[in-house]
Write a new protein. Structure first.
Length: 220
């Protein structure tokens, strides 16, 4: 029985992948016990990815091999700029995070690492490299979100972050990214594997650092 290219990438990223998906941060998010300070700090850092992430999606649109793939990426751009960004703004308000707070909190090393990686992947103009980074950022999140027990936490800050990454449209997105990388990745497997593994490690680092650097606002 043959194994898909993306399946082999995921298997090759162990045990880092499972360490991220089963991280204490994720467990506390699942059961709603994560503190407001930790969740706020995490969301401040995650929101800083949007600009560079949209640029990475632009690189995917530019390097994709078909009109259908470009349309799917364009749809995803709208989702990120729409529902996901709105969730961030609503959550910041609920958690008492001001715009000044968001500007003043320094980046974690993992945030800087992600920003650099997004730009590096985009600058390669290599569709496989771009896909490898995008796939990890979505597939790993689907993996931990799909494992959330029901009912979900009462707070929308927790529950909607889970459902944003576990719904039929998101599953379809991950399947699309896998199909695309399964098609083009084997032509240059080391590039795809390197970007994939680096992204998985950054996801684990991001959870580690988010758990250890809670938000402390200037007005709190």
């Amino acid at each position: 029985m043959s194994t898909s290219f993306t399946h082999s990438l995921r298997e090759g990223s162990e045990p880092t992948w499972t360490s991220a998906v089963q991280h204490r941060f994720v467990a506390e998010l699942h059961d709603g016990t994560i503190s407001d300070e930790v969740m706020a700090g995490y969301l401040i850092q995650d929101h800083r990815f949007l600009d560079s992430f949209l640029a990475l999606l632009g690189a995917a649109i530019a390097t994709a091999g078909s009109f259908e793939a470009r349309l799917r990426f364009a749809q995803f751009v709208g989702e990120v700029a729409g529902d996901e960004n709105t969730y961030f703004l609503r959550s910041f308000e609920a958690l008492g995070v001001t715009e000044q707070d968001r500007q003043n909190v320094p980046n974690t090393p993992a945030t800087d690492g992600f920003l650099a990686l997004f730009h590096e992947a985009a600058d390669t103009r290599d569709y496989g490299a771009v896909l490898a980074v995008l796939l990890v950022t979505e597939w790993l999140y689907l993996d931990w979100a799909a494992a959330a027990p029901r009912p979900l936490p009462e707070s929308f800050v927790h529950a909607e972050w889970i459902t944003l990454h576990d719904n039929p449209g998101f599953v379809d997105l991950v399947d699309f990214l896998r199909r695309e990388l399964d098609q083009v990745g084997p032509a240059n497997p080391e590039v795809a594997r390197t970007f994939f593994d680096r992204t998985v490690q950054l996801e684990l680092d991001f959870f580690d650092q988010s758990s250890s650097t809670p938000f402390v606002g200037g007005a709190r």
